[in-house]
Write a protein that binds this ligand. Structure first.
Ligand code: NAI
Length: 304
């Protein structure tokens, strides 16, 4: 049987010790697959309770994989041992790779990397999971911008097997090669993308979300009908509203705004007022128990 313990796949992980910063939806998944690949993972979040919640959640993912025979029990126990909570950025000093998955805000990401630069070793690779910001802009102002690249995973990380690897204007190509090799060790497929707003998936995906929101705003059809038709008739796995609920409008609306601004207010990327209102009201999706759909025990209630 094929197991998910990718640590047995080769001579050892490309990066033996990896820091994951941000213990939200994305950080949790990245920490999980990095530990499965055999790396020691130092896991940090500025908000302590987020980290306290994330560790047992990842542990129960491994327990479930063991129960289902996708990971043997010893490998599951070893993964748990390799995942270590960090109390502060100083605890990340020995990491060969840092993957940042914090809030989608340029200043927050820039100041985090500026601080990290003086903590990690000169050869350590810095990677950002940004969805939409410029990798070049995130690296600007660093002493060594050539060691920073984009490493854009998709939600949920263990299941979505593609990762975009993005070189900023100053990124050393060897850094991207290393990240691509490590993605393969984690069981993912790396895809190179240029440093442009939204890269490949979030650029193409703008149409999927914003046009669907326009169809609702114009009163053409309701959201559940649009989801149903795009799945049943066009073959998408998730409808646009299911997808926005999964990602959360707190994450995807700022991405829409960011891409729109970076393309100098290009009308085809214009974000939706409907999404802005819902984001402001906290009706952001699955994580809030309500988005376009209401969720009871994690299940979407589809309107009749
Ligand atoms: P999230 O809101 O679930 O988690 C972010 C975490 O970062 C929170 O736990 C927060 O406490 C922590 N944090 C914020 N600022 C911090 C700082 N300065 N230092 C340390 N920790 C900090 O967000 P999510 O969804 O995990 O997104 C994270 C990043 O990944 C964003 O850049 C987002 O655009 C990107 N992304 C999100 C995807 C999604 O579908 N949710 C898909 C691909 C990328």
């Amino acid at each position: 049987m094929q197991t998910q313990d990718t640590s047995q796949a080769g001579p050892g992980p490309r990066y033996r010790t990896v820091a994951v910063i941000g213990a939200g939806a994305m950080g949790k998944g990245i920490a999980q697959i990095a530990a499965q690949a055999g790396s020691v993972v130092r896991f940090f979040d500025a908000h302590g309770p987020a980290l306290e919640r994330a560790l047992p959640e990842i542990g129960s993912q491994w327990d479930r994989m063991v129960e289902k025979g996708r990971l043997d029990a010893a490998a599951g126990a070893a993964c748990k041992q390799r995942l270590v909570a960090a109390a502060g950025l100083r605890d990340l000093a020995d990491c060969e790779l840092v993957v940042e998955a914090i809030v989608e805000n340029l200043d927050a990401k820039k100041s985090l990397f500026a601080e990290l630069e003086s903590i990690v070793a000169p050869g350590a690779v810095l990677a950002t999971n940004t969805s939409s910001l410029s990798v070049t802009a995130i690296g600007a102002g660093l002493k060594e911008p050539r060691r920073l690249a984009g490493y854009h995973f998709f939600n949920p990380v263990p299941l979505m097997k593609v990762v975009e690897v993005i070189a900023g204007l100053q990124t050393d190509p060897a850094v991207c090669e290393g990240l691509a090799a490590y993605a393969r060790q984690m069981g993912h497929t790396p895809v190179r993308a240029a440093d442009t707003p939204g890269f490949i998936v979030n650029h193409a995906g703008r149409g999927y979300n914003t046009e669907a929101l326009r169809i609702v705003a114009e009163g053409v059809a309701d959201f559940a009908t649009i989801d149903r038709i795009l799945k049943d008739q066009v073959g998408f796995r998730l409808g646009p509203f299911e997808l926005m609920d999964l990602t959360g409008l707190d994450v995807s609306h700022p991405v829409m705004e960011s891409i729109y601004r970076q393309y100098y207010d290009e009308p085809r990327y214009r974000p939706s007022a409907l999404a802005a209102q819902r984001a402001a009201g906290g009706v952001v999706g699955r994580k809030a128990g309500e988005g376009f759909y209401r969720y009871i025990d994690g299940k979407a209630q589809v309107p009749a």
